[in-house]
Unconditional design. Structure first.
Length: 178
């Protein structure tokens, strides 16, 4: 069980969780909060998502995380082929940023983590050894499963239609108490 603060940004698939998270990151950075972690930006072609890029928040370094196109050097999970180098990079980001950031973002904790894949080990490690607040994105329909699976206790769930300034105020108040 974890006792530190976890903020969940929730919405359906394709509802704009990452875009909403981008607005939160910008506002936190404007308030001089050192934001670490990563976002997974969707890649679209003809209104269809065909992949994701992993983007490090601190310096915008980007790498292809997964694509729908088959790639024998990548790990197939669901409809996507995951780049092992991107997973390694994401894990390294989380390991590094837990020492340097004021708050850590993981976009997203989802079905693969519930199956103990992709970011599962790094997320478990953060929960066990890092006292920094975390912001994670989670699909609306699995929020309760994620909370239960990871034993999250101090959780606040926000939707993609919630008011960004109110969420920022909540997070800043939590940082002061941390």
């Amino acid at each position: 069980m974890t006792s530190h603060q976890v903020y969940i940004i929730s919405g359906g698939q394709g509802a704009g969780k990452t875009s909403f998270l981008g607005r939160l990151i910008t506002e936190l950075q404007l308030k001089k909060i050192n934001v670490g972690g990563f976002v997974a930006e969707g890649l679209w072609k003809e209104d269809k998502r065909f992949g994701f890029n992993l983007i490090r928040i601190t310096d915008s370094t980007s790498i292809s995380l997964c694509m729908k196109d088959p790639d024998s050097s990548h790990m197939k999970l669901g409809n996507f082929y995951f780049n092992p180098d991107a997973i390694k990079m994401g894990n390294e980001i989380l390991q590094h940023d837990q020492k340097t950031a004021d708050i850590i973002i993981i976009d997203e904790i989802g079905i693969f983590e519930l199956q103990e894949r992709v970011w599962f080990n790094s997320f478990q490690q953060l929960l066990a050894s890092c006292s920094k607040p975390l912001i994670i994105t989670v699909r609306e329909k699995i929020v309760d499963e994620v909370i239960k699976k990871f034993g999250l206790q101090h959780v606040q769930v926000f939707g993609v239609n919630d008011h960004v300034p109110s969420i920022i105020d909540t997070i800043l108040a939590g940082l002061k108490n941390n």
